[in-house]
Ligand binder design. Structure first.
Ligand SMILES: Cc1cc2nc3c(=O)[nH]c(=O)nc-3n(C[C@H](O)[C@H](O)[C@H](O)COP(=O)(O)OP(=O)(O)OC[C@H]3O[C@@H](n4cnc5c(N)ncnc54)[C@H](O)[C@@H]3O)c2cc1C
Length: 390
């Protein structure tokens, strides 16, 4: 009979790999599987088009796990301020790390570099760690453990199976957990640019008629763009030659960083909202995009996932000696503890998205004057910053 692991994690993206490492560090026996081997890491001149704004709280967690130190500091950018513009001149909102008493609002990190750092840390902690490139295809939950069948016919057994297998989570469906999905009919278009002027650690965001445009600072005179826009507009932008796309982005960003030069091929990702009312089932828990999908306008998707990891690790570490990792009470505790953060972020990003997608003139007035009002309320601004920085 195969061994029974404490925890089997299905999905070795950023969230699954981080969970595997953290649980491994806490002394549990962990198995991690992913349908694909880790993606190659861009080095040298090429910048990964997938970059994430990682919150200071999650950066500190990754630091404590020995992951953050493995990132090349020359390729990590601190965000010190953020300027948000509405679709009328009065609609302005700015955040500053200095005003909030923080060193930074976020760190911008390349996805592939973070993934590699996680896998390196895992391999170093346990060279025999079974990060197997295999797809899970079948789940069977028994009284004392759960069994997961792999595409190659092998079987893995664990007290608890965690689904960190992304937005289309196989485990979520296999465990019968419902997901309420809203397709935004939008695409998040990403690309990196060199800029004529230095960003000085500022991130910019514009709520526009055609969606939400964000420029996140990368080291040097570079930025990463996320333009969340209608599928048709995204297709039009993707079909443009490099100079024409750069000109469109420069115009849409009011030339705030001067002229732009495209340095990576653009790519588009469909956007959707997923509300998953129950995060746990017998011997099953969900984390990361398997547990929630939010609009990227707040740069919080993977941050929510890392906070799931922090909570699950905390709950499992606090179990009484000999208590089964799949214990129903433990899983309920995890679900309860994560509910508020996930619901707040889902509603908040969805509400903002809808507020700015509305065409009515009165709505436009309310949203822009609302931004201006928040800008004059330091207490509320600090609350918003503290939530995003966690
Ligand atoms: C345009 C855009 C910009 C974004 N910007 C930000 C940002 O700035 N900050 C932020 O916090 N978030 C951001 N996000 C969100 C972020 O991309 C996701 O939240 C994050 O990648 C989710 O990670 P994950 O590990 O949960 O899932 P995934 O990265 O989807 O990983 C899931 C893994 O599971 C594996 N898998 C799937 N099925 C199986 C199976 N049956 N068996 C085995 N393995 C399986 C897959 O191969 C994959 O490796 C952005 C998203 C978009 C679209």
């Amino acid at each position: 009979m195969p061994v029974v692991h404490d925890v089997l994690i299905v999905g070795g993206g950023l969230v699954g790999a981080c969970l595997a490492l953290a649980l491994q560090r806490s002394g549990l026996s962990v198995a991690l599987i992913d349908a694909q081997p880790p993606q190659p890491v861009s080095t040298g001149a090429d910048w990964d088009i997938r970059v994430y704004a990682i919150s200071p709280g999650n950066a500190a967690f990754l630091d404590a796990l020995g992951v953050w130190q493995r990132l090349d500091p020359q390729r990590v950018q601190r965000v010190e301020s953020m300027m948000i513009s509405g679709d009328r001149p009065e609609g302005r909102l700015s955040f500053s790390a200095y005003d909030a008493g923080l060193r930074e609002l976020a760190h911008i990190v390349e996805s592939s570099a973070l993934q590699r750092a996680l896998y390196q840390a895992m391999a170093e902690a346990d060279p025999a760690h079974p990060a197997v490139a295999k797809r899970a295809i079948n789940l069977e939950v028994a009284e004392d453990c759960a069994r997961v069948e792999l595409a190659d016919g092998n079987l893995l057994q664990a007290r608890l199976v965690v689904g960190a297998d992304g937005g289309n989570s196989w485990l979520r469906q296999a465990a019968g957990l419902e997901a309420r999905i809203t397709d935004y009919q939008q695409v998040g278009l990403v690309a990196n640019f060199e800029t004529a002027q230095h960003h000085r650690g500022a991130a910019f965001q514009w709520f526009r008629d055609d969606g939400v445009l964000a420029l996140l600072p990368l080291p040097g005179r570079r930025v990463s763009m996320v333009w969340s826009t209608t599928a048709d507009h995204a297709q039009t932008l993707l079909a443009l030659a490099a100079e024409a796309l750069a000109a469109q982005v420069e115009a849409a960003s009011s030339s705030v960083l001067g002229s732009l030069q495209l340095i990576t091929l653009p790519a588009g990702f469909p956007l959707r909202l997923a509300h998953v009312p129950k995060l746990v089932a017998p011997r099953v828990a969900l984390a990361g995009d398997a547990a929630h999908n939010v609009h990227p306008l707040a740069g919080q998707g993977v941050n929510l996932g890392f906070r799931d990891v922090r909570e699950l690790v905390k709950v499992l570490a606090a179990r009484v000696p000999g208590q089964d990792c799949g214990d129903r009470q433990l899983l309920r505790r995890y679900e309860r503890a994560r509910r508020e953060d996930i619901v707040t972020m889902g509603l908040g990003t969805d509400g903002l998205q809808k507020l700015f997608a509305a065409r009515a003139v009165w709505v436009s007035g309310v949203r822009n004057s609302g931004m201006a009002a928040v800008d004059h309320l330091p207490f509320l601004k600090n609350l918003l910053i503290r939530h995003a920085a966690a």
